[in-house]
Design a protein around this ligand. Sequence first.
Ligand SMILES: Nc1ncnc2c1ncn2[C@@H]1O[C@H](COP(=O)(O)OP(=O)(O)OP(=O)(O)O)[C@@H](O)[C@H]1O
Ligand SMILES: [Mg+2]
Length: 463
Amino acid sequence: MEKKDKIKILILDDEKQFTEELNGFFVDSDFESFEANTVAEGKKILTNKAIDLLILDVRLPGVNGLDILKEVKSQYPFMEVIIISAHGDMETVIKAMRLGAFDYLRKPFRFIDIQIAIERTQKYLQLQQKLKQMEEKNSLISRTLEEKIDRQFIGISPQIQEVFEQAITAANYPDSNVLITGESGTGKENIARIIHYSSERKDHIFCAVNSSAITKTLLESEFFGHKKGSFTGAINDKMGFFEVCNQGTLFLDEIADMPFNLQAKILRATEEKVITRVGDTNQIHTDFRIISATNHDINKRVEKKKFRLDLFHRLNTLHIHIPALKERREDIKPLLLHFVDAYATKFNKPNLHISKEAFDALQKYDFPGNVRELKNMVERAIILSKGNILEINDFPVKPHNISSLKEHPDSINLKMLEIKTIRQALQSCKYNQQEAANALGIHRDALSRKMKKHNITVGRSEA
Ligand SMILES: Nc1ncnc2c1ncn2[C@@H]1O[C@H](COP(=O)(O)OP(=O)(O)OP(=O)(O)O)[C@@H](O)[C@H]1O
Ligand SMILES: [Mg+2]
């Protein structure tokens, strides 16, 4: 149904006199009507005109009207049908309503009866149209919001401007692999998304994979897919990441942690753009681009023979390094303003400002967790703030503890404290690592890394 168009009605009845009469009744009305006296005529009109409402006689000679009803409802699900039945044929009426007819009329009927029935249908059609428009609008809004949230890029420092330019160059070469390095929370995934969504691959999938978060035994099948029955638990054929990312981008997060035995296979897939599912022999072509990221010194891993040099070269066609936030302090202010604005809107606290004192202290703070830390800090401060001004006390930085913690003489105690805090968080979140990471205000991957580093395991009895 087009906007503002007249509702289009088709009258399908074998009695010519009846269809003519009814058609005449619709002249000069809000409806545009068509008539058909055979099923063939009716179908022709249905294909050529966008009919909104069908008035259908279910007693057509030689055909079962209910079959026609079933057929048109499945072919034109948005068209409504009013059926005309014989007096006393309640059984047909009930069947027709079950098949999706909107209303029924029994012959003989007065024109006023049909008018009322049509007006009721019209209201319903209009409501449906409104709903459809709202749904479209909604999905448009959420899409715009999503794109905004995922790909905000804030920063004025020459270093970050250069990163942005490199990202745009990478977007223009959609088949070259990109390696993004930088400390945790500097925005590596953010840049990877910007590259993908600015490239010609943007209408296809962006799939972010962190191999250290996947059970080792399943890694190969997650990447390459598997054939049903190829191992216990493979109950269906399954596509792997390489296949899913056909024409899109595969983002390999924390690439340095990729198990050595899988690296050769990943290299081959990346070079040949051909994969074979586990337990299968068929070769499948797939056209993906790899953007990988790491916050480790991957050169050292190569030196220690933990990372294959050939794979490193393959992934490193374009290299983008994102400097730590403390190396580009000019970006702190715009980032702060941006996140204050975003969270003030989100939590419905308009007119929020940061005090000068807080600003000055934050400008000097080292942000070991980089942009992510700054973002989480602002979110927490805004949630807890009472008035209109965010004060220094609303942020977990004090002027005297702004210097780096690296040289702390009691690093052992700090380590113990970290272990204790992580254990407590895990315990209170019933060993749900995502929840524990949220409670600690860190990324889930960071939690996994810390757990690995401190040998914190979640045993069966605990989990
Ligand atoms: N320049 C920026 N502008 C706006 N938001 C940013 C910027 N850089 C990072 N962010 C935001 O900071 C958060 C952390 O960024 P991201 O997840 O991309 O970091 P990362 O380098 O992948 O971290 P990790 O190494 O821990 O995985 C995200 O919410 C991201 O949207
Ligand atoms: Mg990341």
